[in-house]
Design a protein around this ligand. Structure first.
Ligand code: FES
Ligand code: FE2
Length: 430
């Protein structure tokens, strides 16, 4: 059934004062790769997140601040200011702000004035975890413990990150990641050639059975989604198990012993989203050869225009579609690369897909369940102040899985056994 206009609006809008925006502001959210703020007093960075224009900087003591981008005096962008001596100094009249947003110097006012004590910019606390910078934009008294996802707890050599900007609402990106049924179609040929899919049995089952049956279950972390396909024997199914972790994280089911992927889809505003895309391995480092292949766009990574997070193949050049490759079935869509294939599909829906016109089928069950989870959490928070799911670090301990199981194993048992393993153990993967 198509979504009502009211439900759609509630799902997609994330700016200040919206219900979904309030829900997202109860979580720690990624704002930057750690490499974007490499050193104390280095260049500050503009951050647009959840419709707010902010400025991130690493101060003289190495701490990260996130403050309003615009000077409290007369609105100059502090991007053009000086990052010095534990604060950002506006270039116009020299007002200076520390990482709490407090104005600490006002050289344009009389020396005896205490006006500066009364001037404070919006500021949000920041932490570093797993190679990313995170912020918390909600009520200070409700700040949750730092994020503790399994992929954030491995040594830095076990994880590889990229970041790309997508010109669509955040939910279109999340839904794509929860939708296993498109993998055997859109990414069909990458299952054969992509470096991250080698030496695994899974691609064979995905390609052989393009009609997966979906199972879903609400869980403490969000929603467990299982896509069931024919397995290797008459008495076994092949399951791809995807956790949707509230409010916008997803883990791709693994392929053999390759590092496995995941995404955090962080809304820039209602019409743009950053995909923080990673591959991680719970027990071993990612070697240099594999890192290099990911830098060149293998797996779910994109190759960006230097100095930006905009992919080289993007909407303005039709994602460099190659009709010959499409005809010859070297790629299914003619677009090269998993990330750009997803972006082409999801951006082509329009910045905010009109979901009142969609016609959902049985293979959309995962998406439907995730929408319901999000809607319920946002409404419960708005109407009753109910604490959202997945804020407790213990509830964040979950993994994707790719597994052959006897046909008599029910979905909820598969979730318990395959998706919630002991820390530091290998992924369950074929
Ligand atoms: S506008 Fe920033 S100090 Fe005047
Ligand atoms: Fe995809």
């Amino acid at each position: 059934m198509a979504l009502s206009r009211e439900a759609q609006e509630l799902l997609v809008r994330v700016g200040p004062g919206t219900a979904m925006g309030a829900l997202m502001r109860r979580y720690w959210v990624p704002i930057l790769l750690g490499t974007e703020l490499p050193e104390p007093d280095g260049p500050q960075v503009r951050v647009r997140i959840l419709g707010e224009d902010l400025l991130a900087f690493r101060d003289t003591d190495g701490r990260i601040g996130l403050i309003d981008q615009f000077c409290a005096h007369r609105g100059v962008s502090l991007f053009f200011g000086r990052n010095e001596e534990c604060g950002i100094r506006c270039p116009y009249h020299g007002w200076k702000f520390d990482l709490t947003g407090q104005c600490v110097d006002m050289p344009s006012e009389p020396a005896e004035s205490n006006f500066k004590a009364k001037v404070k910019l919006t500021a949000y606390p920041c932490i570093e975890a797993g190679g990313l910078v995170w912020t918390y934009m909600g009520p200070p008294e409700l700040q949750p413990p730092p994020p503790n996802f399994d992929w954030l707890r491995v040594p830095p050599e076990n994880i590889f990150w990229t970041k790309r900007e997508q010109e669509s609402n955040w939910l279109q990106a999340v839904e794509g990641a929860l939708d296993s049924s498109h993998v055997g179609v859109l990414h069909r040929y990458e299952l054969d050639h992509d470096r991250l899919h080698q030496d695994a049995e899974g691609p064979k089952f995905i390609k052989a059975d393009t009609r997966p049956i979906f199972f879903t279950a609400p869980t403490p972390f969000g929603t467990a989604i299982g896509a069931r396909r024919n397995g290797d024997r008459d008495d076994r199914w092949y399951w791809r198990m995807t956790p949707f972790i509230m409010p916008f994280h997803q883990m791709v089911p693994p392929y053999g012993d390759n590092p496995t992927g995941g995404h955090s889809f962080v809304p820039i505003d209602d019409e743009n989203v950053f995909s923080y895309s990673f591959y991680w391995h719970p027990t071993k480092p990612i070697d240099d050869e594999l890192r290099e292949s990911m830098e060149h766009g293998q797996g779910i990574h994109s190759v960006n225009i230097p100095g930006t997070f905009k992919p080289v193949a993007n909407k303005s050049n039709d994602y460099m579609i190659d009709r010959k490759a499409q005809k010859e079935r070297r790629t299914f869509s003619g677009v090269a690369g998993i990330a750009q294939q997803d972006a082409a599909c999801q951006e082509s829906m329009g910045a905010i897909q009109d979901r009142s016109r969609e016609r959902l089928g049985t293979s959309d069950a995962g998406i439907i369940a995730a929408r319901e989870r999000l809607l319920q959490a946002a409404i419960a928070l708005r109407d009753h102040g109910t604490t959202p799911p997945a804020l407790n670090p213990e509830d964040q301990h979950v993994r994707s899985a790719s597994v052959l199981l006897d046909k008599d194993v029910p979905f909820d048992q598969a979730v318990r056994e395959a998706m919630i393993p002991g820390a530091g153990t290998p992924l369950i993967s074929v």
